[in-house]
Design a binder for this molecule. Sequence first.
Ligand code: SF4
Length: 414
Amino acid sequence: MSIYSFSQTQTFLQCPRKYQYKYVDKIQEKEFESSPDLILGHSVHATLEWLYNQINVFTIPSKDDLLIKFKDQWDSEVKEATKEKELQLKWQQTLEDYIRRGIHYVANYYDKYSPFAWISVVATEASIIFDLNPPPSGSPSFQEKENKNWIKFRGFIDRLDKEWETFIINDYKTNKNLPPESKEEYREQLTLYGLGVQQNYAKYFKTIKARLHYLHFDLMDEREITPELLTTVTKKYADTIVDIEDKKFHYNMGNKKCFEPKENNYCKYCEYYSLCPLRAHLKFDDEVVGGELWEKTVKWLVDEYVALSQQESQAKNDKELIKILLVEYLEKNNLLKLFWNTHKISASPAESISIIDKDALKKVLLEIWVLDEAMEVDRFKLQKLIKEHTLSLEQLGDTVQKNSNRTLRGGNIT
Ligand code: SF4
């Protein structure tokens, strides 16, 4: 089994097909391009790494030293990135805006945490590899390592501290958007790294905490990585990796559709959209189809189909409304037929029943020997059970037949 990373599993969770293009087919993304955002993030990380490396050898740099370090780092990264082409700036921002942000992050951080006297730094910018599902006890046998359930994971910790009997995993964020509290990805990432820390340093601490430093907002989000949390998050990612391995197996056996495309908010930035069946047509030229009798372009047909579907559902609603009004009129005037010019409407009284107690009803039907006649197997419910893997086609044998067709749904382009 390969070594997995957090971004790899996130790609799969976001869209299995993107994962396939990137990690299974290994299709090259467009050439890596640096950007002011990346340079800012990297320069701030490098500056804070330098700060804590100094602290670790018992030197406390001054705030001015730290700001000089940031500026030097920024200048050298910009110089490197602009050797061949200009940096792309977005939304009318200037490089000065980025420098100002960096200075603000570093200066605020320094003010908040100086004089750093109590801190004990275990590692900065540390790369870790760990087992996502370690064996219950003892060393793993060769067989266990070969086993599909033996999952290796790798990660990168910005800084690992020791505060008395607690180890703290720190992560710096320089984005201008504060993720909503419900967004768990970052916390899950640090929780997984907590597992790596536990496997490497267990005897030196009693508790582990994760701290996310949102530098743009001067906010620190801390949470303890409890054994329960560790179990839940580890299980989620171990299950995801087993799912990936399972799909890889089927893909290699010839099922080229098993990594299904999953539309999401990031599709418009996806490097693989021109390969993806959900997005590729956006870049197609318009084509004529339908032969000589009904020659139309595909794009015209798409618009027409959506327009007709919308008219169809509007007509259905209007028809229901008209029915209510006409039934009211018929009843009020005690009539059974209505006429206008060439059309007429007949109203025959109809009755229907609704079920109040399904289980009791079944008992009654069984007692009077008509249960089979009254119960009909619902094909849509059957399809749902198969889709949810509660039932398999194999279990149903020759009693059903699988048919292929397509459902077309109209919508707006996002
Ligand atoms: S365009 Fe969207 S659905 Fe298609 S591969 Fe990319 S992320 Fe997945």
